[in-house]
Design a protein around this ligand. Sequence first.
Ligand code: NAD
Length: 248
Amino acid sequence: MKPLSLFLNGYKGRMGCAIMDEAPRQNAEITLKADMGDSVDATALAKCDVAVDFSFHSATPEIAKLCAEVGRPLVIGTTGHTPEQRALIEQCAQKIPIVWAGNYSVGVNLLNYLTQKAARVLGADYNVEIVEMHHRHKKDAPSGTAVKLVDIVRQARELSEDDVCYGRHGITGERPQNQIGMHALRGGDVVGDHTVIFAGEGERVELSHKASNRTVFAQGAVRAARWLAEGNGGKSGIHGMDSVLGLK
Ligand code: NAD
């Protein structure tokens, strides 16, 4: 494996620490790092192979802009971006390749694939409810992974954003057949649990993934960085983890 030099944004955070632990295992070195309040030196960034961002949603557009200016590929792990922030990142992806995934674990990417299959096979007779649980420090809800699962079901079932119900409270009336229920639980030190429930008349199918440590995300993110460094992302564009893993 060729040595890989990385810029890491958000290095003091939980994921930043996991990336710093994982990088040497994949022959990668963090040659530049930044956290809240640090300015990023463009000349030093230009010398890195790939930038990796696990920080805060408001920080990502600026990092993407810097990467586009110096022509460095970017791995985005941060979640919770607003539509405006997403649009700014998408503009940058016209100049550089970006891997952007709400979840870098191989298991979750398999969960995405199985959810799409199940939604298609089971069809409109099965009510879909998605439940996620994360540690009490998590700042955004629902998780990026859960948002992706909602999108997968919406596309498979041809439903709109208006069909998604974020939690329930009070006299809600009967559940519309086409609704997708989305529930975000927070507490303790849960690294990340996601369950997609397909509830039909007389049976229920549940697809679940539970992450017990952050290494799984770090492994996938460093793998994505190498995939970009080897030129697999081409000159520009946004790529998912399914492309990195060859699940497409
Ligand atoms: P955390 O709060 O532990 O760490 C975030 C770090 O970013 C902190 O050190 C903070 O100081 C820093 N930061 C905040 N604003 C910044 C800025 N403007 N510039 C630079 N650094 C800044 O959070 P975490 O658990 O490490 O998660 C970080 C992000 O990664 C979150 O958005 C989380 O949802 C996401 N995440 C994604 C995956 C995935 O697989 N895609 C997995 C886990 C977490």
